[in-house]
Design a protein around this ligand. Structure first.
Ligand code: ADP
Ligand code: MG
Length: 340
């Protein structure tokens, strides 16, 4: 076969990118919340209908998008967060790829309403399957409200791969729980569709957010962990050895306020619990690692959940040792005496 080489049109290339960036409803929710956090929001309200397939709405009270920039927000590789690849070395934001909104716009009916607090009115931008339908003035509270309707309506193959509504919604509430643990200073509200599923106070107290997300009974039993080595800092809460689960679901790993997945850190934690818990059970941990941004790379995968650490071995020893020491120090006192 001889076929001509041609450059894909914008819509096709955005839909292909969407395959990686927004695999399922939960990925849309995560990207929208990360944008709200990058915009400095202190309150984020998420409304989900039909497990995210019918509607995902994220309303924030952040800095908003200036009117003249709004149409740019849905263009591929358009970002206000970095200017060159070097900026990744001191990245302060969760986003940097400029891919989420164009990807979402290409596979849904998207509406963005935004008003920077200093403006007197807002703007609305509506895009359907990548085509801009409307850009106009609109009355709006300060901040940004993004509504994603009929996700994957124009990519039936993708839609077919979605799991049951319960599974999709479970993933959404799970990721919102984790994001709220990463940012106890922000109040998160999740509604589905009229039922209040989760609300965190946003007062900056991690244990309060843990109570809201994992339950008060769990929060009361956790041990605080806090260790420092040079410019590395590890803080958070870990469960006593008799409070374990059969899955890794109870593990929330946060690096510089970003929720991540890391098999190395999971292993390091288990090493810290070594001999104190049986095989195939997992502790409940919420671990915040603060390390200089130039000591790791987040540009590994479009979902930005994976991280490569430059000093992986030393870092894992630091984490394992911190967990071990915390458990040993707590050991002389039985959990019941200490936390009742
Ligand atoms: P990225 O987050 O990687 O920059 P996105 O496609 O997610 O790319 O967003 C594009 C741009 O739109 C952002 O750089 C930001 O300027 C703007 N933006 C998106 N969501 C919001 C929001 N909730 N509040 C303010 N600005 C936003
Ligand atoms: Mg983003």
């Amino acid at each position: 076969m001889t076929a001509e080489i041609k450059i894909l049109d914008t819509q096709a290339s955005n839909q292909i990118a969407a395959g990686e960036v927004v695999e399922r409803p939960v990925s849309v929710v995560k990207e929208l919340i990360e944008n709200a956090l990058d915009a400095g929001s202190t309150q984020i309200e998420i409304t989900i209908e039909g497990s995210g397939i019918e509607r995902i709405r994220v309303q924030d009270n952040g800095q908003g998008i200036p009117a003249e920039e709004l149409p740019l927000a849905v263009l591929r590789h358009a970002t206000s967060k970095i200017r060159s690849i070097d900026d990744l070395m001191q990245l302060q934001t969760l986003g940097f790829r400029g891919e989420a909104l164009p990807s979402i716009a290409s596979v849904s009916r998207l509406e963005i309403i935004s008003r920077p607090p200093a403006e007197i009115s807002g703007r609305v931008l509506r895009v359907e399957g990548g085509d801009q339908l409307e850009f106009d003035h609109i009355g709006s509270p300060p901040g940004t409200t993004i509504t994603v309707d009929d996700l994957f309506y124009n990519t039936p193959a993708r839609r077919k791969f979605l799991k049951s509504k319960n599974t999709e919604f479970g993933q959404i509430s799970d990721v919102i729980g984790r994001l709220s643990l990463a940012r106890p200073d922000v109040s998160f509200i999740l509604k589905h569709p009229k039922v209040l599923v989760l609300q965190t106070p946003g007062r900056g107290l991690l244990l309060e957010s843990i109570g809201a997300v994992l339950g008060q009974a769990t929060a009361r039993r956790l041990l605080p962990i806090s260790c420092v080595s040079g410019d590395w800092q590890l803080k958070g809460y870990i469960s006593p050895p008799d409070l374990v689960r059969s899955t890794k679901q109870g593990e929330t790993l946060i690096v510089n306020q970003r929720i991540i997945r890391s098999n190395s850190i999971s292993r390091a934690i288990l090493e810290g619990y070594h001999t104190l818990i049986p095989a195939k059970v997992y502790p409940i941990v919420v671990l915040n690692l603060q390390i200089p941004p130039h000591e790791y790379d987040v540009n590994v995968h479009p979902t930005k959940m994976e991280i490569r650490f430059h000093k992986e071995k030393e870092l894992m020893e630091f984490i394992a040792e911190g967990v071990r020491r915390t458990l040993l120090e707590a050991h002389p006192v039985t959990p019941y005496e200490k936390f009742s």
